[in-house]
Design a protein around this ligand. Structure first.
Ligand code: CA
Length: 414
């Protein structure tokens, strides 16, 4: 990792995955994050190929519009390279990558974006996402089917609608230009950060940490602290009035390593491998991110699945509500029956009485009533016994209550 005072790229494999399929680049004018995916050993290859291709356009541009055009054609060229690579290595079929890139041209930036990596701008203490996720859930949000909140936990949140890869020869890439001001801080990251660390936490780190490097380290740390289920890559660029001085471009993640087309058991056996051995079977997908081709049928199917899920959820809520109600009523009935199996002795209209129930009341509900009024007057009792009767005397059973009354009657007449 090489650092400068103005920009930084940092990538971490995370805590769950065995390899890093992200790539990141902080160059002279160009800044990139690519997040690869593929059921086969293709994700790291895809992000590395795309990043290395886009790196070729890291130089000064006369205008931001020129830079925008350069980005557009570099991403399309990267898409072509990925298709060629899959053609030569069919075992990589289905690999793809997101790319979110930015080129600075004086007081402007040109941006290019496809997939669900993100570009944020911190300006005046406020962090704003400037890219739109090309995900299925973002579609649902855009069309008002679910809320942003629901999107965060949606089971299909990792389904991408657009990526670079071997599926579409002319993928739809978002490109645009915008102004940038001294003091602006740009963040490009993979979903290993944005999908794991809350935006206000990211904003707080970026706002309170002057050094881009320290800020990047803190963001990666925050993702690791949250379990880092995915590779996490962070590129930060600070826009300052001052000249930038010399800065070595830095590449991180899979693009920082030689592209390999197979999993190597160990580097020492690499030279001995036979070509046939390279076609080993697919490893299981190590993470949830995947690309699913964007067809209307497919989208309809996903939307229908979402509606089914919503209906199921509603039904589940209704059933649990009914069950809860039954449980409460049952508890109340059983509880009341239990109180009515209890007896105590107390005073009623000047005489000793046997009460059925318990002395305590439940709010306005009285849980006891006179079971049997006796002709034993409390005034005939000794002061001590009268006090006891007024305070009520617990009985262990109806017979016990009768025994207590008899005792009081005997004492009173004796
Ligand atoms: Ca990812």
């Amino acid at each position: 990792m090489v650092t400068s005072t103005r920009a930084i790229a940092l990538s971490h494999v995370g805590k769950v995955r065995s390899n890093n399929q992200d790539s990141g680049y902080a160059g002279e004018t160009l800044f990139v994050v690519a997040d690869g995916m593929g059921g086969h050993a293709g994700g790291d290859v895809a992000s590395a190929i795309a990043t290395n291709r886009v790196k070729e356009i890291d130089h000064a541009y006369p205008t931001a519009e020129d830079a925008q055009m350069a980005l557009q054609s570099a991403l399309l060229a990267a898409n072509g390279l990925l298709a060629e690579t899959v053609f030569e290595h069919p075992e990589l079929t289905g690999m793809g990558t997101t790319v979110s890139a930015l080129i600075r041209v004086d007081g402007k930036v040109a941006l290019a974006h496809i997939g669900d990596s993100r570009i944020y701008l911190l300006r005046g203490g406020e962090l704003k996402q400037v890219t739109t996720d090309h995900t299925f859930v973002q579609r649902l949000v855009d069309t008002g089917r679910i809320t942003e909140e629901e999107a965060l936990t949606h089971p299909r949140r990792s389904v991408l609608m657009r990526v670079l890869g071997d599926v579409d020869s002319s993928p739809e890439i978002d490109t645009w230009t915008t102004d940038t001001l001294p003091g602006d801080r740009w963040l490009i990251c993979s979903d290993g950060l944005s999908g794991v660390v809350k935006q206000d936490v990211i904003a707080n780190v970026l706002e309170t940490t002057a050094s881009p490097q320290v800020a990047a380290e803190k963001l990666v740390r925050a993702s690791l602290d949250a379990g880092a289920p995915d590779n996490v890559t962070v590129v930060i660029l600070d826009i300052d009035r001052d000249a930038e001085g010399t800065r070595e471009p830095v590449t991180v993640g899979s693009a920082s390593m030689p592209v390999q087309f197979e999993r190597e058991p160990s580097s020492t056996t690499r030279a001995l491998r036979l070509p046939a051995l390279r076609l080993h079977p697919a490893r299981p997908a190590t993470g949830p991110t995947h690309f699913e081709p964007q067809t209307d049928d497919y989208l309809d199917e996903l939307i229908e699945e979402d509606q089914r899920r919503a209906r199921r959820r509603k039904l589940t809520w209704l059933l649990s509500g009914i069950l809860l109600l039954i449980a409460i009523v049952l508890a109340a009935v059983l509880g009341y029956e239990w109180t009515q199996s209890r007896y105590f002795v107390g005073e009623s209209q000047g005489n000793v009485a046997i009460f059925q129930g318990v002395q305590q009341n439940l709010g306005p509900i009285t849980l006891s009533h006179v079971y049997k009024q006796t002709d034993v007057s409390v005034h005939g009792l000794s002061a001590y016994e009268r006090q006891q009767v007024e305070d009520t005397i617990n009985a262990s059973s109806l017979d016990d209550a009768k025994r207590i009354v008899k005792q009081l009657a005997d004492d009173s007449s004796g």
